[in-house]
Design a protein around this ligand. Structure first.
Ligand code: BYC
Length: 311
């Protein structure tokens, strides 16, 4: 007799998708909720560093582009919360876990954005790293997550290109503009490499998540892929990546790179990065200020349901 466990194992083994109504082990459900929630929180918190520059964009065109990008990120967050809800998670609980610090969001968004070049570098490096990490997630074993990732990746690719185009424009400008791009690259390079998570030998979740097909590559594999992809882009742009050990290794067929400061990563993930307190405080305030909207929406829904019953 085929059990639900057999069905789950055969689905994962056959590289097919687990759907919301399928039986799944509690650990699988918890892992997918954890990853999707962390991802959704990252999109929502990720609106802040760039949103910081909307009112100071250098032209109407740049302002319209940045507004649209930040709105896309809100959309990705909402998509992902919906995907988590298909597993029985409650969006209000997830938000509570974010603002109380019980669930994580990406370390990268705890760094400040000090000049307009940061908008370009975030598009180039941060969205670039996000794409590297997320394209394989379009084949993740959990159906609603994998399908959400398809649209998200298309939009992230567009974001990456807008960032690169902004940087190309600045690099064709004045010495001061070129210096801004270099400075932003210096500040965001190492934190971008940290986005991929701890090294494989220190990643508690990777082996289990790969066996379940939730993740398709290890953190170090994706980090290497990102470095290999980015080095030629930096050369074309005319910026120097701030790593004297970065060099092509013909034997490996990859770029070697210097060591990442994992103590800094641990501090940022533990809440002690340059902007952690500010990011969470802003999110907490926005949540409190939105209370009346949530109350009005639930009152409206209750009223509609009452009318339907009465009809
Ligand atoms: N920051 O065992 P590990 C974006 C946590 S892009 C903070 O390797 P896993 C965007 C990890 O959660 C960014 N925490 O975990 C881009 C775990 O903690 P818990 C979001 C991190 O899950 C542009 C612990 O460290 N992308 O949104 O196997 C504009 C041990 O790690 C980080 C995603 O979320 C980090 N960098 O692998 C706007 C993509 N790295 O939960 C927005 C989906 C690790 O055990 N997520 N941790 O307490 C993933 O692919 C995986 O969850 C990760 C981590 C590769 C991030």
């Amino acid at each position: 007799m085929t059990t639900v466990e057999d069905h789950f194992d055969a689905t994962i083994g056959g590289n097919r998708r687990i759907e919301p109504r399928d039986w799944m082990p509690d650990g699988y459900r918890a892992t997918v909720i954890r990853q999707i929630a962390q991802h959704a929180h990252s999109e929502i918190i990720g609106m802040q560093p760039e949103g910081n520059w909307i009112t100071r964009a250098p032209s109407l065109r740049r302002k319209a582009i940045l507004l649209a990008k930040v709105q896309d990120e809100a959309g990705h967050g909402l998509y992902l919360y919906s995907a988590a809800e298909t597993l029985g998670a409650d969006r209000a609980d997830l938000t509570e876990m974010l603002i109380s610090g019980r669930q994580k969001y990406s370390s990268i968004f705890n760094y400040p954005t000090l000049s307009y070049a940061d908008v370009g570098v975030i598009g180039w490096l941060v969205d670039g790293a996000a794409i590297c990490n997320q394209v394989p997630l379009c084949r993740s074993s959990y159906g609603p997550y994998a399908r959400a990732m398809i649209r998200i990746c298309k939009e992230e690719s567009f974001h990456q290109r807008q960032g690169y185009e902004l940087l190309l424009t600045m690099m064709r400008g004045s010495d001061a503009q070129r210096q801004m791009v270099q400075d932003a690259t210096n500040r965001f390079w190492w934190p971008s490499l940290m986005m991929f998570g701890p090294p494989d030998d220190a990643s508690p979740n990777t082996a289990r998540s790969m066996a379940w097909g939730v993740k398709r590559h290890t953190n170090d594999e994706l980090r290497q892929r990102f470095v290999d992809m980015t080095v030629p882009q930096a050369a074309k742009l005319g910026v120097t990546l701030p790593d004297p050990e970065l060099k092509w290794n013909a034997g490996r067929g990859h770029y070697d790179f210097g060591s990442i400061d994992w103590e800094e990563f641990a501090a940022v993930v533990a809440g002690n990065g340059p902007c952690n307190a500010q990011r969470v405080a802003v999110r907490r305030r926005a949540h409190a200020e939105g209370a009346w909207v949530r109350e009005a929406a639930s009152a409206y829904a209750a009223r509609q349901a009452q009318r339907k019953r009465a009809a």
